[in-house]
Design a protein around this ligand. Structure first.
Ligand code: AMP
Length: 433
C-alpha cells in the first residue's frame, strides 16, 4: 500500500515524501481512513509504530479541507503525558503541515508560560499540550477549548499511570460535546477501557500489532549477575563491544544519577534523564544522545516514555521494572521502524520474581548468560525488592506506591505554576522518575 491510496491531500503527500516515508506503517494504514471519515478511533499502538503520523496526517487533512474563522480558534487539541512527547508530537505536526496554511503550538510546564501565551494569542489551529500547563492557562483565561473539533489523547495508559485522570476529565468538560475523538494507548487495562467508553463515540478499533507481540522481533538476553557487580558489568559490555548508543533504564532517579557518574568516571560519555532534571538539561541530554556526543542515556521509565530515538541499537535494563508491562515499553525502544535491536537485562537474585512475571507476559523464556568474573551471588536473597524500596533515601517517602509516585512527580513537572511551596521540589527529589 502507498500513501497515495489513503486519500491524503497533495500538500501532505509532499511533506510525507520529504520525510522519506514510502509506505504507511500498519497503524497508519488502519487508522488514517476512519479518521478521515470523521470516525472516533481507539488505537492500540506504542511508540515506534508510526502512531504520531497515524493521527496527525488525517487531522491536518481534515482541518485544511475545512478552513474556519480568521482569528484561528484552537480546532484540534493533542494531549500528551510528558513534555518530551509533547515536543516530539509538535515537531511532527510542524513537519507534516509544512505545505499547509495551518498554525500550531506546543505548551508544557517547567518553562516560562509567556512565549506560549504570546503564540496562542496570535491564533493557532492545533495545540499540543500536557494537561498541567493546559489547565493552568485555561484557568487564567488565556486559552479557550470551546471550538475544538478534534481531540487526540496520546498514550492514554501513561496518562492514567501518571495520575492525570481528573485533569483529562476537566479538559473534556471544557470542549464542545460534538467533536471527533482519537485515543491511543499501548495497553488496555480496565481503567483505559472505562476512559475510552466515557470519551469515544462508537469508535473504530485499530491495532498496530496484537498486544505484546512486538517483543518477539527484538533479540533479548538476560545476564544473571551479583547486584554489586552490575555497574562494572555494564561498563564492560559497553566498552568491550564498543557500543555507540545505549539507552539504560534504572528504577530510580538516584540510581540513574549514580550510574551516570560511574560511566563518566570510566570514560564513557553519559547523561541522565529523569523528572528532577530541568527541561533544559533533559533537552540537552536527549540532543547529545541523538547526535552521538553522548553514548549512554540513563533514564527512568516515565522520563523515557515516548522519546523518539529512531534505530536504537541497544537497550539495557540495569534493573528490571517491577511492572512487567514497563519491560515491554522499555525494550520497544529498540528495533524501531523495522531495524533490528538488542535488549539486555542485568538481573540479580532479588529480581528473579520480576523476571518470571516478564517471561509470563511476553510468553517466552529469556535466554540467560553469565559472564566470567560477574557471576551471581549464590547466597543472595531472592526476596523481591518491594516497589517502594530503594526509591527514596528519605524515609518519609519510602512507602509510596507507583501511582502516587508518578502522579506527584508528574504534577511537579507539569504544573510548576501550581506548585504551592518551593520546597515541594525537594520533597519529591528522590521519588521515582
Ligand atoms: P512514532 O511511533 O509516531 O513515535 O514514530 C516512530 C518513528 O517512525 C518516528 O521516527 C517516525 O518519524 C517514523 N515513521 C513514522 N511513520 C513512518 C513511515 N510510514 N515510514 C517510515 N518511518 C516512519
Amino acid at each position: 500500500m502507498s500513501f497515495n491510496s489513503l486519500g491524503l491531500s497533495e500538500a501532505l503527500l509532499k511533506a510525507i515524501s520529504k520525510k522519506g516515508y514510502t509506505t504507511p506503517s500498519p497503524i497508519q494504514q488502519k487508522a488514517i481512513p476512519p479518521v478521515l471519515e470523521g470516525r472516533d478511533v481507539l488505537a492500540s499502538a506504542q511508540t515506534g509504530t508510526g502512531k504520531t503520523a497515524g493521527f496527525t496526517l488525517p487531522l491536518l487533512h481534515i482541518l485544511s479541507e475545512n478552513p474556519k474563522a480568521k482569528y484561528r480558534p484552537i480546532r484540534a487539541l493533542i494531549l500528551t503525558p510528558t513534555r518530551e512527547l509533547a515536543a516530539q508530537v509538535y515537531a511532527n505536526v510542524r513537519e507534516y503541515s509544512e505545505f499547509l496554511n495551518l498554525r500550531s503550538a506546543v505548551i508544557f510546564g517547567g518553562v516560562n508560560q509567556k512565549p506560549q501565551v504570546a503564540t496562542i494569542r496570535q491564533g493557532v489551529d492545533i495545540l499540543v499540550a500536557t494537561p498541567g500547563r493546559l489547565l493552568d492557562l485555561q484557568n487564567q483565561g488565556l486559552l479557550s477549548l470551546k471550538r475544538v473539533e478534534i481531540f487526540v489523547l496520546d498514550e492514554a495508559d501513561r496518562m492514567l499511570d501518571m495520575g492525570f485522570l481528573r485533569d483529562i476529565e476537566k479538559v473534556i468538560k471544557s470542549m464542545p460535546e460534538k467533536r471527533q475523538n482519537l485515543m491511543f494507548s499501548a495497553t488496555f487495562s480496565k481503567e483505559i477501557k472505562k476512559l475510552a467508553h466515557g470519551i469515544l463515540n462508537n469508535p473504530v478499533h485499530v491495532e498496530a500489532t496484537p498486544e505484546n507481540t512486538t517483543v518477539e522481533a527484538i533479540s533479548q538476553k538476560v545476564y544473571r549477575v551479583a547486584k554489586g557487580l552490575k555497574t562494572n558489568l555494564i561498563i564492560k559490555l559497553i566498552s568491550d563491544d564498543n557500543w555507540k548508543q545505549v539507552l539504560v533504564f534504572t528504577r530510580t532517579k538516584h540510581g540513574a544519577n549514580k550510574l551516570c557518574k560511574k560511566m563518566i568516571s570510566s570514560g564513557i560519555t553519559a547523561a541522565a534523564i529523569h523528572g528532577n532534571k530541568s527541561q533544559g538539561a533533559r533537552t540537552k541530554a536527549l540532543a547529545g544522545f541523538k547526535n552521538g556526543n553522548v553514548r549512554v542515556l540513563v533514564a527512568t521509565d516515565i522520563a523515557a516514555r515516548g522519546l523518539d530515538i529512531p534505530l536504537l541499537p541497544h537497550v539495557v535494563n540495569f534493573e528490571l521494572p517491577n511492572i512487567s508491562e514497563d519491560y515491554v515499553h522499555r525494550i520497544g525502544r529498540t528495533g524501531r521502524a523495522g531495524a533490528s535491536g538488542e535488549a539486555l537485562s542485568l538481573v540479580s537474585a532479588d529480581e528473579i520474581t520480576y523476571l518470571r512475571g516478564i517471561e509470563k507476559l511476553v510468553g517466552m523464556k529469556l535466554p540467560v548468560e553469565i559472564v566470567e568474573g560477574f557471576e551471581p551471588d549464590p547466597n543472595a536473597s531472592t526476596e523481591p525488592i518491594k516497589p517502594g524500596q530503594n526509591r527514596s533515601r528519605n524515609p518519609r517517602n519510602r512507602n509510596n506506591n507507583r501511582n502516587s509516585n508518578s502522579n506527584q512527580s508528574n504534577r511537579d513537572r507539569n504544573n510548576s505554576n501550581r506548585r504551592p511551596k518551593r520546597n515541594n521540589k525537594k520533597k519529591f527529589n528522590d521519588r521515582r522518575n
